[in-house]
Each structure stands twice: as structure tokens, then as C-alpha cells.
Write a protein that binds this ligand. Structure first.
Ligand code: ADP
Ligand code: MG
Length: 460
């Protein structure tokens, strides 16, 4: 089939594709669906991928096949199609390809009613994710208080508790903290914590194994049901329906539900309206982006946990530079500490910059709209407040357009988001500004230079 050389070559492409996909779909989905896949061969423009089970094949085809094809096409332009088939380690390649009939059992030997109990279905909890280890600051104090309340209250204080916020800001940490606390206080209370993906996976598997009665019973007999990252439930008809019923049944019985998502219930895509309004009917608590103070507090606490002396100046430097989220911040500190222990040198600004050069560069490139507004305003000698004002004189309107243009170029913000940051302007105004600046750059070379200069200064 393929020689070793091309196999290594394919493997490399595959790894690249996987990495991109991981970035797009997140760690949890990656581990569940992408990691178990293996590249078998690439022949005549067809990349052949194998997965261990039929269920996974159907799932991957339904959710990731198109994207896989696109991504692979970008790393290897000879690829025209991705073929996904089932192959357990011992079977002949692609043996049951095209036998999509659901009536054919996947593994007859395994259908002897698999044991489902709440202890096996609940995902393991990370014992470090406690309330004590959670650093509280302005951006997360409300979510923290709500989580504590749910964990400590003898009865259900609000239902559901819906936690939402961006990636790496502590949603999973707080959920584990609730579960750990309850299990500690009262081991008799059943707590199920699981990812929304797992919930769907289990549910669909139960459907196939005609075991939905047990499945439903299990959820309906639980005291606290926690489902993480429910944005993954959006748009999946039958699962959403089942989730809704399970949800209603639990709420009616006075059981506590805790959910997390990366968006507010109203912003969740593909979520049915009645489900949205039910989600909104409890307590919705959001975790905001971190502030410098919170980042510094977290670093201090982590440094203490490591039991290492990290100079205050260094912590401030990191808190200032690594702003994306707490996970990245933690990773940065880990790297710095590990490095210093390995080479046996004290932590200094120099070594930190050296160890983190890639991370620091990536963060440097993340310019904020506020910085853009400030820079552009000072460049054109106008007040920063004029970026938000209604004044339409050319002397302020033009710089404002330049700032909008740069915001579009240098940040990942959408047009409506940019508009909002410029005194609540409409997204069409931003669109117009982008077009206008592009036109002017074409016909006015000194204007083009100005814009270019600003762009370079902002990119650092
Ligand atoms: P999310 O689920 O919102 O993506 P996580 O809960 O997984 O984020 O948090 C990412 C990492 O950051 C975890 O290791 C978590 O312990 C840590 N973390 C987040 N917020 C805090 C905080 N306020 N105090 C201490 N650690 C935090
Ligand atoms: Mg999480």
C-alpha cells in the first residue's frame, strides 16, 4: 500500500489537521471524537481515516467530516475527499463499510445491558478544583457566590444555576467545586457531573441499545445534575428534546441543576426557545474577562501552591502580559517555574521572556479596541472621547474611521461589536468605514502610509 516514507508524511499532515480541529472544537470534543481516529492511507486523492466504532463513524461524519476535508485540503492540496470507516484493531480494513442499517448490532457481545450507574456515568472530579483554590475578584464574584450558595444550601435556592463565560475563566472549576463540596458534606446525595457531549453520547448510545428507560431513570433519580458546556447541545433535535424533558422532570421534583456554557442562554445558537426560557428562569451568572488584579491574585495563589518564591515583579509582568484567560496564565507560570527548577536558576525577567517568548508574542499581537482608539486619536491629535462621540466633522470622523478599520483588521471582533465600542454605532457604519479607508488608501499614498504606520505600531 503505502511506503514508510509516505506514511510518515501522511501522519504529519494528519497531525496538523488534528491540531487545527482541536483549536476549533475545543479540548473536550477533541478528546472524544478526534483523538480516537487514525489515518490509514492516502491514495488517489482520498484520505482514509478509521475510527473504532460505528457510532463514532456516524457521529464524525455528521459533525466533522466536511471540516476535516477542508482542513486537509489546506495542508495537502492533492486531497479531494476524506473517507471515514470503522476499523477495530483486529478487523480487516473497512469491513463493514456502507452497512449503515441501524438494525445491525455493532458488537453483539457487548449488548448484554451495560451497567449504567451514577458513579460510572459521572465524570471524574479534579480534587484541586475546590472553592478554597478559587481566587475571587470582581469579574467572578457573582458566579462564585451563586456556586457556593448552591453547594451549601440545604434546599434548592434557584433552578437552574446557569454559569457562563469565555474559555478558561473558571466555569469547570466552579462546577467541580460544587460537586466536591456536596459529595463531601453529604455522600448520600447523588451528584452527576458530565460534559454535554458525554450526555449526548450516552443518550444516543442508550437509544441504540434500547436502554433509554434506565438512562432516563438514572437522571431522574439524581439530586444534583451538572452538565458542562451545554452549548454543544444546541441544534441536536432529539437530544435537545430529551434534555428538555429530563430537565423539566428534575426541576419539577425539586432537584438541583447546574449548567455551564460559553454564552448566555439567550445567545445560545440552535437552542429551542422554550428551552432557552427555562434556562433563563433560574439564576444566570456570568464570569467576565479577568482584570489585572484578579490575574495577579491568581498568580500569587498558584505560586504559593507551588511553594516557590517568585519575585512580585515577575508576577506583575505575567499578569500584565498574559491576558487571554486563566488557563494560559497558569500554563505560563508552570513553564517558568519548571524551567527554573530544571536549570537550577532563579526566576528572572530575562529567563521568563526567553521561556515564554512564543506566548508573549501571541499575546502582544492581541491589540484591544481601546488601544487602537487611543493610538489613532493621539496620532491625529484628537481626543480619545471623540472616538465615541456623535461629532461628524471630517477632522474627527476620518480618524474614527481609521480606528474602526484597524479594529477590524487587528482584532477578532465582529462588526456589531466594533460598532458598539464606537459609541454604539451600527455595524453598517463600521462596514462603510472599512470600505472608505480601503478606497482612500488606494488613491492617497500619504494616507495609506499613515494607516500602515499605525498598524505597525499597534502590532508592536
Ligand atoms: P472554563 O471551564 O471556564 O473553560 P476552567 O474552569 O477549566 O475554565 O479554568 C481553567 C483553569 O484556570 C483551571 O485550571 C482553573 O483551575 C483555573 N482557574 C480559572 N479561574 C480561576 C480562579 N478564579 N482562581 C483559580 N484558578 C482559576
Ligand atoms: Mg470548562
Amino acid at each position: 500500500m503505502t511506503s514508510d516514507r509516505t506514511e510518515a508524511y501522511n501522519e504529519e499532515h494528519w497531525n496538523e489537521v488534528c491540531e487545527s480541529l482541536r483549536g476549533e472544537i475545543g479540548e473536550a470534543a477533541y478528546q472524544s471524537w478526534v483523538k480516537p481516529m487514525a489515518v490509514r492511507a492516502v491514495t488517489n486523492g482520498v484520505a482514509r481515516i478509521s475510527v473504532p466504532t460505528r457510532f463514532m463513524r456516524d457521529w464524525v461524519i455528521a459533525h466533522y467530516a466536511d471540516r476535516l476535508g477542508d482542513l486537509w485540503g489546506t495542508v495537502d492540496s492533492t486531497i479531494e475527499r476524506v473517507d471515514i470507516s470503522v476499523q477495530s484493531d483486529r478487523s480487516v480494513p473497512a469491513s463493514d463499510e456502507a452497512t449503515l442499517s441501524p438494525s445491525q448490532p455493532e458488537r453483539k457481545t457487548h449488548t448484554a445491558t451495560p451497567e449504567i450507574s451514577y458513579t460510572t456515568i459521572s465524570a471524574p472530579l479534579d480534587s484541586r478544583y475546590t472553592f478554597e483554590n478559587f481566587v475571587v475578584g470582581k469579574p467572578n464574584e457573582f458566579a462564585y457566590a451563586a456556586a457556593r450558595r448552591v453547594a451549601e444550601a440545604p434546599s434548592v435556592p434557584f433552578n437552574p444555576l446557569f454559569l457562563y463565560g469565555g474559555v478558561g475563566l473558571g466555569k469547570t472549576h466552579l462546577m467541580h467545586a460544587i460537586a466536591l463540596h456536596i459529595r463531601n458534606q453529604d455522600p448520600k446525595r447523588t451528584v452527576i457531573y458530565m460534559s454535554a457531549e458525554k450526555f449526548m453520547y450516552r443518550f444516543i448510545r442508550a437509544l441504540k441499545e434500547q436502554n433509554t428507560v434506565d438512562f432516563k431513570d438514572m437522571f431522574r433519580n439524581v439530586d444534583v445534575l451538572m452538565i458542562d458546556d451545554v452549548q454543544f447541545i444546541g441544534g441536536k433535535g432529539a437530544t435537545q428534546e430529551e434534555f428538555f424533558h429530563t430537565f423539566n422532570a428534575l426541576v419539577d421534583q425539586g432537584r438541583q441543576i447546574v449548567l455551564s456554557a460559553d454564552k448566555s442562554p439567550s445567545d445560545l445558537e440552535g437552542m429551542e426557545e422554550r428551552l432557552q426560557s427555562r434556562l433563563n428562569s433560574g439564576l444566570v451568572a456570568d464570569i467576565h474577562a479577568t482584570t489585572f488584579e484578579l490575574r495577579l491574585g491568581i498568580l500569587q495563589s498558584k505560586a504559593e501552591q507551588f511553594n516557590v518564591e517568585v519575585p512580585q515583579k515577575m508576577l506583575e509582568f505575567l499578569a500584565h502580559k498574559i491576558t487571554a484567560n486563566v488557563r494560559e496564565l497558569e500554563g505560563a507560570l508552570n513553564r517558568v517555574v519548571t524551567h527554573s527548577q530544571l536549570v537550577g536558576r532563579e526566576i528572572s525577567l530575562e529567563t521568563t521572556q526567553e521561556v515564554l517568548h512564543d506566548l508573549l508574542r501571541a499575546n502582544d499581537r492581541r491589540v484591544t479596541i481601546e488601544e487602537i482608539q487611543k493610538r489613532v486619536a493621539s496620532h491625529f491629535n484628537i481626543r480619545t472621547s471623540d472616538m465615541h462621540s456623535a461629532r461628524r466633522a471630517r477632522s474627527v470622523a476620518r480618524p474614527r474611521q481609521v480606528a474602526m478599520y484597524l479594529a477590524k483588521q487587528l482584532t477578532a471582533r465582529s462588526l456589531p461589536e466594533i460598532g458598539r465600542k464606537f459609541g454604539g454605532r451600527d455595524h453598517t457604519t463600521v462596514m462603510h468605514a472599512v470600505k472608505k479607508v480601503d478606497e482612500l488608501r488606494e488613491c492617497d499614498s500619504s494616507f495609506a502610509e499613515d494607516v500602515e504606520l499605525l498598524r505597525r505600531m499597534l502590532e508592536g
